[in-house]
Ligand binder design. Structure first.
Ligand code: ZN
Length: 206
C-alpha cells in the first residue's frame, strides 16, 4: 500500500504558511513504515525541534484504478478516517529553501497517524466537519467543503500518475491552525457524523 498526501489543499492553510494557493494539487508520499495506528503514542523524533500536527481527513481506496474518470471517482473510496500528518517543520523549511524533496520532514517513521476507518455513508460526504483538540483545547477546525481540490478531483488527478490500489490511503490536506507539539501533549481528533460527533483518534506525544 502507499500513502499519498495532498499539500496546501485549504486556502487558509496555504496562506498561514505564506505559500501560494496552488493551481494543481501538490503531492507527496509517505512510506508504509510511516503508519501509526491503534492510537499508539508518537515518540518525539530526535532530528527535529519543531514537530507539527496537521489534522486531515483520510480516504481509503477500495478499488484498483488507473485513469479514473470524474463520474466514477466516488466509487474508488468508501471509508474515511481521521489522520495526523506529522511534520518536522524545521527540516521542511530547510528543504523547501533548497528546492529539495520533503521526505525526511514528512515521511519519517510514525508520521502518518490514522484512526479506525468509518463508512463514508455515516458522514455528509460533501461537507465533512472535523476538528483537532490539543490537551483538550480546539486547535484546528475544518470542513471538506472548503477543499481547493475535492475528493473526486484528487482521485482523477492522482490516478493519472499512480495506479490506485485497494488499501492505499490519501491524506487530503489540512486546514489552518497547524502548530507545534511537545512531549506530554495529547491530540484528539473528531469527525462529525450525520447524527453525532465521534472521537476517532487519540495520540499522545512521548
Ligand atoms: Zn498535510
Amino acid at each position: 500500500m502507499k500513502i499519498i498526501c495532498i499539500g496546501r489543499n485549504y486556502i487558509d492553510h496555504a496562506k498561514e504558511l505564506k505559500n501560494p494557493v496552488p493551481k494543481k494539487p501538490l503531492i507527496f508520499m509517505k512510506p508504509p513504515s510511516a503508519l501509526l495506528v491503534n492510537n499508539k503514542p508518537l515518540y518525539y523524533p530526535e532530528f527535529t525541534k519543531d514537530l507539527h500536527y496537521e489534522a486531515e481527513i483520510v480516504l481509503k481506496i477500495c478499488k484498483n484504478g488507473k485513469h479514473v474518470q470524474k463520474e466514477f471517482a466516488s466509487e474508488y473510496f468508501n471509508q474515511i478516517g481521521f489522520g495526523i500528518d506529522f511534520t518536522a517543520r524545521d527540516l521542511q523549511a530547510e528543504l523547501k529553501k533548497k528546492g529539495h524533496p520533503w521526505e525526511i520532514a514528512k515521511g519519517f517513521d510514525n508520521s502518518a497517524a490514522i484512526s479506525e476507518f468509518i463508512s463514508i455513508d455515516k458522514v455528509n460526504r460533501n461537507a465533512i466537519e472535523f476538528h483537532l483538540d490539543k490537551n483538550g483545547e480546539r486547535v484546528q477546525t475544518g470542513n471538506t467543503k472548503d477543499l481547493i481540490f475535492d475528493f473526486e478531483y484528487i482521485i482523477v488527478y492522482l490516478s493519472r500518475f499512480f495506479k490506485l490500489q485497494m488499501g492505499d490511503l490519501i491524506f487530503t490536506g489540512t486546514p489552518a491552525g497547524v502548530g507545534p507539539v511537545a512531549i506530554g501533549d495529547r491530540l484528539d481528533g473528531y469527525i462529525s457524523l450525520i447524527d453525532k460527533q465521534q472521537q476517532l483518534l487519540s495520540c499522545e506525544i512521548k
